[in-house]
Write a protein of this length. Structure first.
Length: 424
């Protein structure tokens, strides 16, 4: 946290000439006060005189990581208004909406190939003949929210629709006029200007649109986005695209882990959307995927076809105890705190009410292993005893634990506990 706030402290110039010394002294005092206030405040800062701070967007959204669904991981470009409407229906029918999955997000390929003569993006007339406003109305009627997609480039990644570069204000106003609630903003067909210029342009445009629109930066972690993402968006991708494999999934969460300190309410690290239910991993591997995303305060954006979701997949995605870890109001990103070698790891994150999420992870394929979470590693004081709740089994382990907690973990599996301090 400290480095990011430190960046916004203006630097005082050296060797002041005499007439300006008094003014500069005043400035210095003001500056010091600003920096001290910034350092003391762990929460996101409101815009101040320095201007650049979090005020580009400042939409009040993202107090907890966003939850919803996105079309890309399962459907790629094969989307249409029927599939989106059925998805909204299915989110409600399966109980996923009630579990917190609110956003229904179209990814690439929703728009017509070219802008209109007047320069507006429009829905693809073949696949979305009723238009986006009608779709938003439908999704809203289900108590859900609608998300759209564009790119900080001249085209989107599919090259099947325009990007928003140079059209930020027009597009933001268009999206707002359709009552869109969320924008995922990709990074294809860029023009050579840095991400730190192209992405904030859209932040400003969204703010000026007058509608609070959740802004999901998808610039793949370029220019250390975690260090400035919170000034421009509500979440930012820290990695390249996820794929539906065990190693690809772990690779993304490992990269994301390096930036844990920058996540907090209103601004989240994003290791990309969920692959749970898409078929490339085993049940246990998907449990690991969902557990890691929960502990790391990652956006929980479902990426499978919920209109034909299996009981097993639904069980993973709607586990209320695991979701509660992700949505904990403190918003502290859990991280890897112990790597024992041999593919055995401990991840942990502080939760509200003095609780702690602890994930024991066996990345190995060969054997079951016993993994220990030791209090110094997980940040529990030595004298403290806890009760351990297994949030996948939905049972509290018998007895109390003092000093450490050890459990056997199968290959490519994890155990996820919530520890609550109890009197010894
Ligand atoms: C809509 O998209 C779905 C999923 O790709 C597809 O199965 C369906 O045939 C499409 N419907 C129309 C009318 O194009
Ligand atoms: C998945 O991603 C990982 C790294 O992120 C990469 O090494 C691997 O080749 C990818 N696999 C597929 C099938 O694309």
């Amino acid at each position: 946290m400290a480095p990011r706030e430190a960046r916004w402290c203006p630097v005082a110039r050296r060797r002041p000439s005499r007439p300006t010394a008094v003014l500069l002294l005043l400035l210095l005092l003001l500056t010091a006060a600003c920096c001290l206030a910034a350092a003391a405040d762990a929460r996101p800062l409101l815009p101040t005189a320095s201007g650049a701070r979090r005020g580009l967007l400042d939409n009040g959204l993202g107090l907890t990581p966003q939850m919803g669904w996105n079309s890309w991981n399962h459907f790629q470009c094969d989307i249409n208004e029927t599939v989106i409407r059925s998805t909204a229906d299915a989110l409600v029918a399966t109980g996923l909406a009630k579990a917190g999955y609110t956003y229904v997000n179209l990814d690439d390929c929703w728009a017509d190939d070219q802008r209109t003569k007047e320069g507006y993006m429009t829905a693809n007339p073949k696949t979305f003949p009723s238009g986006i406003k009608a779709l938003a109305d439908y999704v809203h009627s289900k108590g859900l929210k609608l998300g759209l997609y564009s790119s900080a480039g001249t085209r989107t990644c599919s090259d099947r629709m325009p990007g928003s570069l140079g059209h930020e204000d027009t597009d933001a106003k268009t999206f707002a006029s359709w009552d869109v609630d969320y924008l995922k903003y990709d990074n294809c067909y860029r023009d050579g200007t840095p991400e730190t210029e192209r992405f904030p342009r859209m932040s400003r445009a969204l703010k000026d649109s007058g509608r609070p629109i959740f802004f999901s930066l998808c610039e793949w972690g370029y220019m250390e986005v975690a260090k400035w993402g919170a000034t421009s968006g509500n979440s930012w991708r820290t990695t390249g695209d996820i794929n539906d494999t065990w190693t690809g999934m772990l690779d993304n969460i490992d990269r994301n882990d390096a930036f844990a300190q920058y996540a907090k309410p209103r601004g989240w690290n994003d290791p990309d959307m969920l692959e749970v239910g898409n078929g490339g991993m085993t049940y246990d591997e998907y449990v690991v995927h969902f557990s890691l995303w929960a502990v790391a305060k990652a956006p929980l954006i479902i990426g499978c076809d919920v209109t034909s979701i299996s009981k097993e997949t639904l069980g993973i995605l709607s586990n209320a105890e695991v979701i509660a870890i992700n949505q904990d109001r403190l918003g502290i990103q859990g991280k890897k705190v112990r790597d024992y070698g041999n593919d055995l790891e401990v991840w942990t994150g502080r939760l509200s009410r003095h609780r702690q999420a602890v994930l024991l992870l066996n990345r190995g394929a060969a054997r079951s292993a016993s993994i220990t979470a030791a209090w110094p590693d997980v940040g529990i004081r030595p004298g403290v005893a806890v009760e351990a709740r297994d949030v996948w089994k939905h049972e509290t382990l018998p007895g109390k634990f003092a000093g450490s907690l050890t459990a056997a973990v199968e290959p490519h599996s994890c155990k996820l506990f919530v520890l609550t301090p109890v009197p010894r």
